[in-house]
Design a protein. Sequence first.
Length: 145
Amino acid sequence: MDFMIWVWLGVFVLAIMIEAMTQELVSIWFSIGAFAALCISQFTPWWVSLIVFIVVSIAALLGTRPVLKKIMRSQVRKTNTDDFVGQRVKTIKDITRFSLGEVKINGIIYNAILPEDSEEEIKKDDIVEIVALKGNKVVVRKVEE
């Protein structure tokens, strides 16, 4: 029985460490189950603590994950780059389907690409509209004047 205390303590610490590294609500449920199993492992056979671990982990997952995911989803913060979409700017480097171009937005130079379905080429000093963000690049489409 002494051995199972160390097993559950190890599972508890490992689950907490994984959760601390990912912060994606991946293993917090197992740490709760491991803690419950740890608490009873000195009084019960190993298989009872295993059942307690499984039942408590599943109950914690089913009972709290939907609520926590909803809370976490509502904490998405808008950044200043979200305001770029819809802006019209001048290109400072040619943009083709196969090469990155550049645009200057608020004094900062950003890499610019064309939408995936676009075959057009945009020359330096053309006016473009930012239609989306893709990673650290802005997706632009030429504005017809």
